[in-house]
Write a protein that binds this ligand. Structure first.
Ligand code: PGA
Length: 250
């Protein structure tokens, strides 16, 4: 892997704004010499404090979700423009919890992705198969469909700005990590999808992250794989000392 790796933390529905501020203040000095780019996505309510706390550090702050419309009667929703105005730089889209718990379909995710790019936010598009789909040997079909629908109607230029995260649903929050061989096999398949549906140059530059029970104990082996360009970390990103270890090993 010759590009700079990315370690992204997805805090999900955890941490108040004060906890977020404290975390970033504690983390920043521990990762000053990290090789990886560091991304953190707090809850909406902690974004502003996090952006302020991350000022003058090497930490980039993003959101966990957004709506696809710019404004209007969408009670409880938040637009990409609102996030951009706060200073948010990236947004996680299509996370399996959004797909499976909140029933977001691929076309909604695609519309959000298009909007995020228009709003100047870098999308992290998550794709991944369930345990059942893996057992039924549908992993590649599912991933190709999620990828293709995700990037539908995007120009190649826009598509080259996205980050892909492969997150097998069976490995998220379960303690079961895909072995580095399984992850590498899937990542190389995703890289080929990028060549097939976009082009070779884009595929070379695109970051493909692995997510699902990443911890300090398995990050090095994952990062040694040719097609793993970084990790998306849930549970293990909630403790700043543990997250710092992951970042410094990536
Ligand atoms: P996990 O979550 O690291 O807790 O498995 C990963 C994710 O959902 O992004």
């Amino acid at each position: 892997m010759d590009k700079k790796s990315i370690v992204a933390g997805n805090w999900k529905m955890n941490k108040t704004q004060l906890e977020a501020k404290e975390f970033i203040k504690n983390l920043a000095p521990l990762i000053q010499s990290a090789r990886a780019s560091v991304y953190i996505s707090p809850s909406f309510t902690a974004l502003q404090e996090s952006i302020l706390a991350a000022n003058n550090t090497n930490i980039i702050i993003g959101a966990q979700n957004m709506h696809d419309e710019t404004d209007g009667a969408f009670t409880g929703e938040i637009s990409g423009g609102m996030l951009k105005a706060l200073g948010v730089e990236f947004v996680i889209l299509g996370h399996s919890e959004r797909r499976h718990v909140f029933h977001e379909d691929s076309s909604f995710i695609n519309r959000k992705l298009i909007r995020a790019l228009k709003d100047g936010l870098q999308p992290i598009l998550c794709i991944g198969e369930t345990q059942k789909e893996r057992e039924e040997k549908k992993t590649e079909i599912v991933l190709e469909e999620q990828f293709l629908k995700g990037i539908q109607n995007l120009s190649k230029k826009d598509a080259s700005n996205i980050i892909i995260a492969y997150e097998p649903v069976w490995a998220i929050g379960t303690g079961k990590t895909a072995t580095s061989e399984i992850a590498e096999h899937v990542h190389s398949f995703i890289r080929k999808l990028v060549v097939k549906h976009l082009d070779k140059e884009i595929s070379k530059n695109m970051h493909i992250l692995y997510g699902g029970s990443v911890k300090p104990q398995n990050v090095e082996e994952l990062m040694q794989q040719e097609n793993i360009d970084g990790v998306l970390v849930g549970g293990a990103s909630l403790d700043y000392k543990v997250f710092a270890q992951i970042i410094n090993k990536a």
